[in-house]
Design a protein around this ligand. Structure first.
Ligand code: S3P
Length: 441
């Protein structure tokens, strides 16, 4: 099969320095925010992937021009309330939940109808999470069972809201912040902890947003209708993409890797905290700041003795895209690892909690499930001998990449479908693996 990879050999020891793809969350946010800035923004090192291409096509359809220059992406911002939207415009978010949720907030003031569609995976995901707050702003949304396709009519009489975001979802939080920018007055959000890139970007433009932090919540106030100027931004590497290589190195023999120029925003560093508790040899070097974000290089080494973890649920949101990998580490650790309240994992590009459990059981790992809580009994000397076929029916990029890491570190013979899925977030994934010496057909 053309779109399938075959892996029949574990990766040999490697010692290298790499960079990974640019941060997807920050790339999408920079494009959306520069589209409402006044003037031309220059975005350097933007992720080159399908989710980003869909973001660019989407802003073009609402009247924002961009140019791909050699060194940067130039976005010609139209200012707040400057979009030119034709009635019944169809926007296609493809596979991207972030784009789909955020574009609704960004366009909340349109007086015309927008239809939002997505691919098969996105069309199975929940939109009630953004429909409810947008309704409170005065936006009208029609959909079947709160899923795509949906039709939105914005409002020119938006009213500010007070909203309690209790899922720890940055997509919901960002949708509300973007709609608040279109709204006169002050919108207030009590938000369970989630990634903070939107707030940090807005602060870096001196936009009137304040954030008061407590242990569990961020209390955010946003004043609407404050025009801001275009900006330059250099997008750092994505910790979620780096994580595949972190876990590859940990579970390989006698290897060492430095991954350069990664965004290490604490709201994304759950994987690092969890792996540290599991005894992983991983550290951050060369820490620095960039426009309110923290950056660093990650140094990781093969770790023979990994131990189980009783993972605090408070770390879930900051590791939300990394659990497939964390479960793999738990499968090779000493002892029983416990994870709680992971229902949100089943709301991703595919039902990742269900898929992870199926995967682990398939390779002979004991997993006990009680609703959204799981226990994984580690098998530190695991050496696979059988053949496995990963079908990945919803073409989930992270399921594909996790399966490749498993195949390269645990043995066995793997066939893994849908290698094109990497184009969503990390088109260079397989090329970097070959540079490290991985044999993939
Ligand atoms: C993202 C937030 C997370 C994450 C997704 C990207 C973002 O989703 O899973 O891959 O860029 O805001 P939730 O905010 O829904 O948890």
């Amino acid at each position: 099969m053309e779109n399938q990879v075959k892996i029949e050999k574990r990766i040999s020891p490697f010692k290298k320095t790499i960079t990974v793809s640019s941060d997807k969350s920050i790339s999408i946010r920079c494009i959306l925010l520069s589209s409402i800035a006044i003037g031309k923004s220059k975005l350097f090192n933007v992720l080159n992937s399908e989710d980003i291409e869909n973001t660019l096509q989407t802003i073009k359809k609402i009247g924002v021009n961009y140019k791909k220059k050699k060194e940067y992406l130039e976005i010609d911002g139209v200012g707040i309330n400057g979009f030119k939207i034709k009635n019944k415009t169809i926007l296609n978010a493809g596979n991207s939940g972030t784009l789909a949720r955020c574009i609704l907030g960004l366009c909340s003031a349109t007086k015309y109808k927008i239809k939002l569609v997505g691919d098969k995976s996105l069309s199975k995901r929940d939109f009630s999470r953004v429909i409810n707050p947008l309704n409170s702003f005065g936006v009208i949304i029609k959909s079947k069972k709160d899923m795509l396709p949906l039709e939105m009519t914005g409002s020119q009489l938006l009213r500010p809201i007070k909203y309690y975001e209790n899922k720890g979802s940055a997509q919901i939080k960002t949708c509300i912040i973007l709609s608040a920018i279109n709204t006169p007055g002050v919108t207030k959000i009590k938000a369970a902890k989630s990634r903070t890139h939107t707030e940090l970007l807005l602060k870096s433009f001196n936009y009137p947003i304040t954030v008061k932090k407590t242990k569990k919540f961020d209390f955010i106030s946003i004043k609407g209708l404050n025009q801001f100027s275009s900006f330059d931004y250099k997008i750092p590497g994505d910790i979620s993409s780096a994580s595949f290589f972190i876990v590859l190195t940990l579970l390989s023999k006698n290897s060492q890797l430095i991954i350069k120029d990664i965004n290490i925003n604490p709201s994304r560093m759950g994987i690092f905290k969890i792996l540290n508790k599991m005894n992983a040899k991983i550290k951050i070097i060369n820490k620095r700041n960039y426009k309110g974000e923290k950056l660093g290089d990650i140094k990781v080494e093969s770790t023979k003795y990994l131990k189980s973890i009783n993972c605090p649920a408070s770390l879930n949101s900051s590791a939300i895209d990394e659990f497939l990998l964390i479960f793999l580490v738990a499968a090779k650790s000493h002892g029983i690892s416990k994870f709680k309240n992971l229902g949100e994992l089943n709301k991703k590009e595919s039902p990742r909690l269900d898929i992870a459990i199926k995967f682990l059981k398939m390779i002979g790992i004991k997993v006990d499930r009680d609703n959204d809580n799981i226990k994984i009994t580690g098998s530190p000397n695991i050496k696979l001998k059988n053949s496995y076929h990963i079908r990945n029916f919803l073409k989930d990029h992270r399921v594909f990449m996790m399966s490749v890491v498993a195949a390269l570190t645990l043995g066995g013979k793997f066939k893994i479908n849908d290698k094109d899925a990497v184009n969503t977030s990390f088109p260079n994934f397989l090329r970097i693996l070959s540079k490290l010496g991985a044999k993939i057909n």
